[in-house]
Design a protein around this ligand. Structure first.
Ligand code: 5GP
Ligand code: MN
Length: 317
């Protein structure tokens, strides 16, 4: 049996599911979790979603009522479904639930995913996990506007608004299926891609002011400290799609963005590229991701890690 058929059988044959995505959830993690939860509920199942708090703009995705708000040890289910999560550790506190669930499933599109569940569907060519999840449940349930909103939100987020190379004809034809349910698709698109708080603009200003080039512009990089952000009244939570912005620089092959997280001493590294495999690069520092978008978190001070990363990148480009 193919992984797709095996996972469809799991969805059909069980009743109680706990669905979770990666820590620091983005639109694809949220969209795939809520999309699957809504679809399972429509099939008469009992889904629960376990996700960390997420940015306000993602409240556009329906399914809030599925989110488990009580202590995790009070939660029981038959199946754990991990979505958009490249590594079992990236489940965060939900990993303890994964460890005690009798049946485990993983659906993901990160090439660095080693298939940590009993049933794994990993497709590095898929532009989003949300689209993979839609393809899984499409023969089992009729989609409605709520399901379509969740899936569409995930697709828009992970394709950068249908802009990244992984976007293909089937991505767009699946997006049309979502749009045909009557969802406010331009509003969803604008809310996710083109609307931000004033403080996010100020934070981006700091990132751009600090940006530099290396290797004759083939690398564009920037770093910001908590103090840099505090000077404009912003925090690391106001940093949004920053690495994407740097990557739009003409001539850049790799964008590197490093910032101090709210919780010292953690330093977050985001990498974007047009060809170079940043997923493998980030894996060396305990992270991972995709060929063209990856990240990691280290506890080395920013001023120490930045020159190390630059030197390694310059050597390899
Ligand atoms: P971002 O730079 O936006 O945080 O992440 C870019 C991509 O890399 C996303 O697909 C994200 O899931 C993945 N990623 C970010 N940080 C990590 C990490 O620490 N470990 C792994 N395995 N993937 C990461
Ligand atoms: Mn994703």
């Amino acid at each position: 049996m193919s992984p797709t058929d095996a996972i469809r059988a799991v969805l059909r044959n069980h009743q109680r599911f706990v669905i979770s995505g990666h820590v620091n959830p983005d639109g694809d993690a949220i969209g795939s979790c809520m999309g699957l939860a809504l679809a399972l509920a429509k099939m008469g199942k009992e889904p629960i979603v376990v996700l960390e708090d997420f940015p306000k703009k993602f409240r556009i995705v329906p399914g809030e009522d599925f989110i488990w708000k009580k202590p995790h040890d009070e939660l029981t289910a038959e199946v754990f479904v991990a979505l958009d999560c490249a590594d079992v550790k990236r489940l965060g506190t939900a990993k303890a639930l994964f460890d005690r669930m009798p049946v485990t499933v993983c659906v993901d599109h990160h090439g660095t995913n080693d298939g940590f569940a009993q049933y794994n569907l990993i497709d590095p060519d898929a532009s989003s996990t949300s689209e993979m999840v839609y393809n899984l449940f499409a023969p089992l349930v009729d989609i409605d506007p709520d399901i379509a909103t969740a899936i569409y939100a995930g697709m828009v987020t992970d394709t950068g608004g249908f802009r990244y190379q992984a976007t293909c004809e089937t991505t767009l034809s699946n997006a049309i299926r979502m749009i045909e349910t009557g969802i406010p698709f331009t509003e969803i698109y604008n809310e996710l891609m083109h609307r931000h708080s004033f403080l996010s603009s100020k934070a981006l200003g700091v990132v751009i002011a600090n940006a530099k080039q290396a290797l004759k512009g083939r690398i564009v990089y920037s770093s910001v400290t908590r103090q840099d952000l505090a000077a404009v009244g912003a925090t690391p939570n106001n940093l949004d799609r920053t690495a994407e912005y740097l990557m739009c620089t003409r001539g850049a092959e790799v964008a590197l963005f490093v910032y101090e997280r709210e919780t010292a001493p953690e330093v977050k590294i985001s990498l974007r590229s047009h060809h170079f495999h940043v997923g493998r690069f980030a894996a060396r520092w305990g992270g991972g991701g995709h060929q063209l978008a990856a990240g990691c978190t280290v506890v080395t001070p920013l001023e120490e890690i930045l020159p190390i990363l630059l030197e390694e990148l310059e050597k390899e480009l």
